[in-house]
Design a protein around this ligand. Structure first.
Ligand code: FES
Length: 212
């Protein structure tokens, strides 16, 4: 039986707004859903003076609900300040779409988390994060829960790809149980670096491959 999607969901699914990517974006993030393994990427262009989102685009590897939510939140976020955009909730997105079936809640949460992660990426790059907690191995592990292993659609922690994490005076080392020639090795390395390199107290990020 088809899911009871509202007309608005269908409209945004069939004609999504702001779909695609921005070349050389000011910030970007890829987030994955632990619930279904789907991913969303969000790209931002931000006015440095006013801290306003002047352009935003997204790519979705998720379902109709995720695409519709990506479409509506990018519409809601465009022209807003970073603080205003950060405050957009999945409930607001869902309301703006005329509601989503409860089983599809995680799909709109994923889109909102993608937006927030892209904003966080901007703030970290521009030193706008206040009182960031110190980067410990535990903090690195938590951040790596947001790096997907595209081979299986789950994050690299759950899929036990991370063999070792060490943090030494701002130098972060992540060892992966993966061949360096693996088709996703470079993507995963870039994602890890993206998630960690802009933290205030991180000096370097090294990703090593050590397949057993
Ligand atoms: Fe994965 Fe909707 S089922 S994003």
């Amino acid at each position: 039986m088809p899911l009871p999607y509202s007309e608005l969901v269908m409209e945004h699914f069939q004609n999504p707004q702001n779909i695609g990517r921005i070349d050389n974006p000011d910030a970007k993030a890829i987030e994955g859903s632990p619930a279904c393994g789907d991913m969303v990427a969000v790209y931002l262009r931000v006015d440095e003076e006013t801290k306003t989102i002047t352009d935003i685009k997204f790519e979705s590897y998720g379902c109709a609900s995720n695409i519709a939510t990506g479409s509506i939140i990018t519409e809601l976020a465009k022209g807003k300040s970073l603080d205003e955009a950060k405050a957009i909730t999945w409930e607001q997105a869902s309301d703006a779409l005329g509601g989503l079936p409860p089983i599809k809640t995680h799909c709109s949460v994923l889109a909102v988390e993608g937006l927030r992660a892209a904003i966080q990426n901007y703030e970290e790059k521009h030193g706008l994060v206040r009182e960031q907690e110190a980067t410990t191995e535990e903090v690195v592990r938590k951040r790596l829960c947001h790096v997907m292993n595209p081979s299986v659609g789950l994050d690299i922690i759950r899929t036990k790809l991370v063999k070792e994490i060490s943090v030494n005076d701002g130098d972060v080392l992540v060892v992966l149980d993966l061949e360096p020639t693996h088709q996703f090795a470079n993507n995963i390395r870039e994602e890890i670096t993206e998630k960690l390199a802009n933290r205030q107290d991180v000096r370097s990020v090294e990703v090593c491959f050590d397949k057993q």
